[in-house]
Write a protein that binds this ligand. Structure first.
Ligand code: LCS
Length: 393
């Protein structure tokens, strides 16, 4: 059987697995910084690329290789480049695609630091950026300049769960020779595969759904084609953005249950979103599975499911939100997302606090917005926790 032609769930379990001569069912952890050569000529052949062989873990390791092959197959890309964190992956993209004098366009409601680092660090290298509401693709067209090189999207976006039309955005980008990078962290390849819509690079904070157990920080890029793969990999290796073998092994283990974790979290999320939307103390709820989501139809067409991220605003704004967050008992009051446990946090004072108040307001990140990452606990327990916390508001 050709394992490359298997279905999504079989790939989750088997893709990239490295056969072990001792018969181990699971790839062992290659916790080594360096690899022995058989002799001097073998070492020289490995360095020249004449022979594929492991040299030094920053350049490649069986555990990172296994994970890269698996995620690239799931995303239907040419190859994966693992990185120490999601932010390492973001910076690899910026450093690879952008040169002095270039311009990039990003969605305005990205994960805070993905936008923050571009606005704070990159201007000193002569790189400009504009962050616009890409959920209306007309805004992308308007923002394109002669020096624009990169379109950086995140859909659904953190924390507004706004959806960008990937097919339309990629078509605009291609007409202007822009590289498109899509942060697919909120979906994982189980719910959305941006390369199918024309993206060039897919980015993941694997800290989230792909690992899924809130015990690792990790990132991944998947390149659509070979040239881009080598360009990104050069920056990963020489920037020192590499992933550790043990980290890769843990993420590969978490990946095996991606679909069943998301199925359960998503089933819970739909019910939690409906519960919140009907609650008298809740002003509004944003969840791609609710008909009230402004891009409900687009989400249905583009994603294979609405995911497990919900944003909502309480009547009474931030004060009410704080009271709710201080009164949850099952959910953890913590940033991050996509794990098996339910997490609640306040973007304006936490994940997106480094953006200016104006940037947050323009991106729809209101001061009263509360973000929920729904876990796989019993639905009744999650709802009774929310109900209890809301009763204190
Ligand atoms: N992209 C998205 C969409 C994210 O949500 C995050 C982290 C990153 C990239 C960066 O990945 P990291 O380096 O942390 O692996 N998001 C976080 C959040 O919403 N709360 O805490 C971290």
């Amino acid at each position: 059987m050709n394992k490359k032609n298997t279905g999504f769930n079989s790939k989750l379990v088997h893709a990239g697995t490295i056969p072990d001569d001792k018969g181990s069912a699971v790839t062992p952890i290659y916790q080594t910084s360096t690899f022995q050569f058989r002799d001097a000529d073998h070492g020289a052949r490995c360095f020249s690329g004449e022979e594929k062989g492991y040299i030094y873990t920053r350049l490649g390791n069986p555990n990172t290789d296994e994970l890269e092959v698996a995620v690239a197959e799931l995303e239907k890309g040419f190859g994966g480049i693992s990185a120490s964190s999601g932010m390492a992956a973001v910076n690899i993209v910026y450093l690879t695609i952008l040169s002095q004098g270039d311009h990039m366009i990003g969605h305005d409601a990205l994960y805070g630091p993905s936008r923050g680092v571009m606005e704070k660090l990159y201007p000193k290298f002569g790189i400009e950026s504009d962050f616009v509401d890409c959920t209306d693709v007309e805004n992308i067209k308007q923002a394109i300049k002669p020096n624009t090189k990169l379109l950086y999207l995140e859909t659904p976006a953190n924390p507004t769960v706004g959806i960008t039309d990937l097919k339309a955005a990629c078509a605009i980008a291609k007409a202007h020779n822009l590289i498109v990078c899509v942060d697919n962290t909120f979906c994982s390849p189980y719910l959305q595969r941006p390369i199918e819509f024309g993206a060039d690079i897919v980015l993941h904070s694997m800290t989230k759904f792909i690992n899924g157990h809130a015990d690792i920080v990790a990132g991944m890029l998947v390149a659509k084609d070979e040239a881009l793969y080598h360009d990104l990999k050069y920056v990963m290796i020489n920037g020192g953005f590499n992933m550790d073998p043990h980290q890769a092994w843990l993420v590969r283990r978490g990946l095996k249950t991606l679909s069943i974790r998301i199925d359960k979290a998503q089933e819970n999320s739909m019910k939690v979103a409906e519960f919140l939307e009907a609650h008298p103390k809740v002003d509004w709820v944003l969840y791609p599975g609710l008909k009230s989501h402004p891009q409900y139809d687009l989400a249905e067409a583009q994603m294979d499911g609405p995911g497990a991220m919900i944003s909502f605003e309480l009547k009474g704004g931030i004060q009410a939100g704080k009271t709710m967050m201080n009164n949850v008992e099952l959910a953890l009051l913590a940033v991050s997302l996509g794990g098996i446990e339910t997490l609640i946090q306040h973007p304006a004072s936490m994940t997106h606090s480094k953006l200016s108040a104006e940037a947050r307001e323009n991106a729809g990140i209101t001061d009263g917005l509360v973000r929920l990452s729904v876990g796989i606990e019993d639905l009744d327990d999650i709802i009774s926790d929310m109900n209890h916390a809301l009763s204190k508001v």
